[in-house]
Design a binder for this molecule. Structure first.
Ligand code: UD1
Length: 430
């Protein structure tokens, strides 16, 4: 019964350090399979998804050495199979990155069908379409996706939907292919650019990452590299929203303000003060917040991974807010949990209408996925009274030291594992 026990009602105040970006680190780890040389990666977050991926890599013979909590050395010269299986990997969406990396290097890959958070259909047809365009065959067998090629040859690929996963996977599959690959209508997220930078640091020739068109000129081989993962845009955004929802004053450090512009803009719109410096952003919420409209979009639009965090904040903001989810079709399930805390929400298809209430009240709630889980924790920190949040394994997939960082800002949140610890947390006995 792992749960967070939370006493709400305190404004969060202080400074918090942001870790490396999960959604950059996962494909960067997979991309390190593309060279026989040793790769050193820094600013790797210590979270469950990363550890599952590293274990899967060890399972196929990759030498993984942790040099510190956030630094890992990888050598994939002697893998003994290109098939990646296992319970953990099946639960994780990012396992699809092994397809692109292993296909690119060994012309063969089999991966247990990807899972991840249950937030919609999450097809991978665009990945498959791209692999086929490069000359690979793709089939499904016993719950595995199998892709093989004799040779990979550069191709012109037009993505039908803007997909982070397909963009990164196709870059990895194409870096060692013969000739030029052009991928159009690609995702422009900071983590797409980070993976391209990492591949280029290993000797790849990728141009245009961060724009709508990526051009990849195939090279013969890639070499070792030392690379630092960018800061996590979504972890940073979550703490910015924690300041807003608790009427606090939080400085989020070790970030790239440019990556947070769409979040900062919305926070200003609802009445927060937002101050940027070189590698930090401060959010002060001293006034009554007002509702607004949000529509999730591919970068540089408002990220779907911040939709739950801003929605719980809008639920406490004056007036009517309208949140339109345009990336994933099943991303409002947490709102039922939020209603248990007193939120006034109506859902119509992919639109949530929130009538701002004055306060939330503590309740026993469940995380429904990673970002929704984090958002519900924020709601509980803002609520009057005591809450429990269960299914925290979702949250631990993507947030390092989440309770510790929140407590560092004056929150009261404790990870409990049994009834006795829960009782003590409820009674505020340390
Ligand atoms: C990644 C992130 C996730 C984030 C999402 C959007 C990782 C591990 N996960 O997920 O946190 O919420 O980007 O920023 O980095 N689609 C297709 N066919 C495809 C691929 C995608 O139809 O082949 C659709 C999806 O169903 C979705 C949309 O495209 O509606 C965007 O998906 P995509 O950008 O691929 O998300 P993920 O890579 O799964």
């Amino acid at each position: 019964m792992e749960q967070y026990a939370i006493w709400g009602g305190n404004p969060l105040v202080g400074e918090v350090e942001i870790g490396g970006a999960k959604n950059a680190a996962l494909p960067i780890l997979a991309a390190s399979l593309l060279t026989d040389d040793t790769v050193l990666i820094d600013n790797m977050p210590d979270i469950r998804d990363i550890n599952v991926l590293l274990d899967a890599m060890k399972g196929i013979g990759v030498v993984v050495e942790r040099l510190g909590r956030h630094q890992v050395k990888i050598n994939a010269a002697h893998i003994h199979t290109t098939a990646i299986e296992g319970e953990g990997i099946r639960k994780m969406r990012a396992s699809y990155y092994f397809l692109g990396a292993l296909l690119g290097k060994y012309k063969s890959a089999s991966v247990g069908l990807p899972g991840g958070c249950e937030i919609g259909t999450r097809a991978i047809d665009q990945h498959i379409k791209g692999f086929k365009a490069l000359g690979a065959k793709v089939r499904m067998e016993h719950g595995m996706i199998i892709t093989e090629a004799i040779d990979l040859t550069g191709a012109h690929i037009f993505l039908d939907v803007v997909s982070v996963g397909a963009t990164i996977n196709l870059m990895m599959a194409a870096v060692l292919a013969e000739g030029l690959t052009v991928i159009e209508n690609v995702a422009k997220e900071p983590h797409v650019v980070d993976v391209a930078n990492f591949l280029n640091s290993m000797g790849a020739n990728i141009k245009g990452a961060g724009t709508d068109v990526i051009r990849i000129r195939g090279v013969k081989s890639l070499h070792g590299s030392e690379y630092t993962v960018i800061p996590d845009q979504i972890e940073a955004g979550t703490f910015m929203m924690a300041a807003a929802i608790t009427k606090g004053d939080v400085t989020v450090k070790n970030i790239i303000p440019k990556h947070l512009e769409c979040i900062s803009a919305k926070l200003k719109e609802i009445g927060c003060e937002v101050q940027d410096s070189d590698d930090a952003v401060r959010v002060v919420a001293s006034r009554v917040l007002r509702g607004t409209q949000v529509k999730t979009m591919p970068y540089p639009g408002f990220p779907t991974d911040m939709q739950p965090q801003i929605s719980v904040t809008l639920g406490l903001s004056a007036g009517t807010s309208i949140v339109r989810e345009s990336i994933f079709e099943n991303r409002f399930r947490y709102l039922e949990e939020l209603s248990k805390m007193g939120a006034n929400v109506t859902i119509e298809g992919n639109v949530a209408i929130l009538e701002g209430v004055e306060k939330y009240e503590g309740a026993a709630i469940s995380a429904t996925d990673l970002r929704a889980g984090a958002a519900l924790v924020l709601a509980a920190l803002a609520a009057e009274g005591f809450s429990t949040v269960d299914h925290i394994h979702y949250i631990e997939r993507g947030y390092e030291d989440f309770p510790e960082k929140l407590n560092g800002l004056g929150g009261h949140i404790k990870r409990v594992t049994n009834a006795d610890e829960l009782k003590r947390a409820r009674l505020k006995v340390v």
